[in-house]
Design a protein around this ligand. Structure first.
Ligand code: MD5
Ligand code: FE
Length: 209
């Protein structure tokens, strides 16, 4: 389950009941002050993935409290239960109790993928922190492409991420290029709480105050 140094994939980490509970929170987040939206890339094209943020709002390529690229409203707070879940995730991935206890994620980017959505190869460099990123998937499976830190091209490893999977990116893998090449429609398990599409939650430490 170690894909590269610091990159740990834990299939089926969330129970179906946890997946369902989180999927219900996702619906609430989308009905909060800032709706799901496709972020506009600097070239003028919207992303195919749609995102709602907690704690801090991400817009390419900065974090703010208010979503001034959407409707100017402040995003929902980062929930305490998610801090606790992030610490459990870090402990599961690395087994270091001290590191897990000190993990303090303060933003989550919650991505929704419909059948046609993809995410191009990129690095996550907008955080002023090297702390690990915790990723949780719910709904349809996808093909996740985990690359290298030097280029967006080969070598890379394609990994199928399915409903309930945990992936932690830390250490040498924190700034690796990565993307989602496709969603696999109709693969969501019965009872995961999402009838179609894929949710990915990424918890991060912004390093902002
Ligand atoms: C997703 N999300 O499935 C992917 C997977 C994103 C994003 O890439 O930026 O929202 S989470 C994978 C990820 C996040 C942060 C760092 C690294 C991977 N990494 O260093 O490989 O929606
Ligand atoms: Fe990313």
């Amino acid at each position: 389950r170690v894909i590269a140094p610091g990159a740990v994939h834990v299939p089926g980490w969330l129970s179906l009941e946890q997946q369902r509970w989180i999927a219900a929170r996702f619906v609430e987040w989308t009905q909060g002050p800032v709706p799901l939206r496709a972020a506009m890339l600097p070239g003028g094209h919207p992303m195919s993935v749609r995102t709602v943020c907690l704690g801090w709002h991400w817009q390419p390529y900065m974090y703010t409290r208010e979503a001034f690229d959407v409707n100017g409203r402040r995003v929902l707070d980062f929930p305490d239960w998610m801090v606790r879940l992030g610490r459990k995730a870090l402990f599961e991935a690395y087994g270091d109790e001290g590191e897990a206890a000190n993990y303090a994620p303060d933003t989550a980017l919650v991505n929704f993928y419909d059948d046609a959505a993809k995410m191009g190869m990129h690095q996550d460099k907008d955080e002023k922190s090297r702390a690990p990123v915790v990723s949780l998937s719910i709904g349809d499976s996808c093909v996740f492409r985990f690359g290298n830190t030097a280029t967006r091209n080969k070598p890379y490893t394609d990994v199928e991420l399915s409903s309930g999977d945990l992936f932690v990116f830390g250490g040498a893998s924190r700034f690796a290029f990565h993307g989602v090449t496709k969603v696999l429609p109709g693969t969501a398990p019965e009872g995961c709480g999402l009838p179609g599409g894929r949710i990915n939650i990424t918890m991060r430490v912004t390093g902002m105050s």
